[in-house]
Design a protein around this ligand. Structure first.
Ligand code: PMV
Length: 340
């Protein structure tokens, strides 16, 4: 695979580029780090990059800025959220040997708090835009490794379709790789929004708590087997096998969260109602499975013949605020001539 094409627009007083990336839903999850400083995940994970949930980010490095300025959906970031972006930019500045601060403007095409983690698409788009701006020529693998330093799941959003994130011992070993293009398999992900509230404990903190659960090591061992089953299911397009793996690891991850100290319980009563609905559908012969990230919203995985009906039925459930239908989507890319 070649390099992702980079098109910086530069002048003596500004270096600027824009990139976009999609969010992703993990079928096997990244939860807990082998190396927290480097954000090297405790286990391999596999995800689908989503078409409908995308972030567009413009980065402009300028000599006159005293510090980085970051806005997301029109709101200026401050505190730890700002520091995380600024530290990530430091990594890229270090590679380019430049000290200029940056203006970062990021927009999500999905509503904030819609139950879609913006950190994956956000850090993938930021990494690509900053690399393009600075004229750094990275291979897709190196871009993925760099994106991982901002947010583990962002390593996967560099690529489209079905993506595997390898763990490793060293920074060089922990990167994502594309398994199959988006058109390999038309799986639908119906994102069921039951809450738009900001999560009390962000995933960054949650990763640190994972080892406090007695179940963490057991889950890491089990995920190795689940990943084998998942890769096999993907190669054969066996939806039942894929769905069983996705549900099992979502439940394993939430068992780890719930048994951490302090305990993390992301579920709401509506979360459980959707889980029960999906299981009832399966008893009726409908092919649907659930997975849940670090929050109360549920991703219902299904196939095209069921998608419209399930979407309508999910919308009618009490407490369901929205359903966002997604398909496998493309990877991150630089936008050569963005609209201002
Ligand atoms: O990339 P982070 O630090 O936001 O962690 C992602 C955590 C989960 O979404 C719960 C799982 C995953 O693999 O995406």
């Amino acid at each position: 695979m070649g390099e992702i094409r980079l098109h910086p627009r530069s002048s003596a007083s500004e270096l600027r580029a824009t990139a976009e990336a999609g969010a992703n839903i993990a079928l096997t999850k990244y939860w807990g780090n082998a190396d927290a400083d480097l954000r090297i995940p405790a286990n391999d994970s596999v995800s689908i990059t989503l078409d409908r949930a995308r972030t567009v980010t413009t980065v402009a490095f300028r000599p006159d800025l005293p510090e980085d300025e970051v806005t997301v959906d029109g709101r200026a970031l401050t505190g730890p959220a700002w520091e995380r972006v600024s530290r990530h930019l430091d990594l890229l500045r270090g590679r380019a040997g430049i000290a200029w601060r940056a203006q970062v403007v990021s927009r999500n095409n999905f509503p904030a708090g819609a139950g879609i983690a913006a950190s994956a698409s956000g850090f993938a788009a930021l990494t690509l835009a900053a690399a393009a701006t600075l004229g750094l020529a990275f291979s897709p693998r190196d871009l993925s490794r760099l994106a991982r330093r901002g947010s583990g799941s962002a390593a996967r959003s560099v690529f489209g379709g079905f993506v595997l994130l390898h763990t490793g011992v060293r920074d060089e070993d922990a990167f994502a790789e594309p398994l199959y293009a988006p058109d390999w398999w038309d799986i639908r992900d119906l994102i069921v929004v039951v809450s738009r509230a900001e999560k009390a404990v962000p995933s960054g903190e949650g990763h640190h708590l994972a080892p406090t659960s007695a179940l963490h090591q057991a889950r890491v061992a089990r995920v190795a087997e689940l990943n084998r089953q998942l890769l096999d299911a993907l190669s054969r397009r066996d939806f039942a096998a894929l769905g069983q793996v996705a549900e099992e690891d979502a439940l394993l991850m939430h068992a780890v969260m719930m048994t951490s100290r302090p305990s993390l319980i992301y579920w709401l009563p509506e979360t459980l109602a959707v889980i029960h609905r999906v299981q009832a559908w399966r008893r009726e012969g409908i092919e649907a499975y659930f997975t849940i990230d670090a929050g109360p919203n549920v991703h219902v995985l299904t196939l095209p013949p069921y998608a419209d009906r399930l979407q309508a039925d999910l919308r009618a459930l009490p407490g369901v605020q929205d359903v966002i239908p997604c398909r496998p989507g493309p990877g991150a890319s630089v936008i050569p001539n963005p609209a201002e």
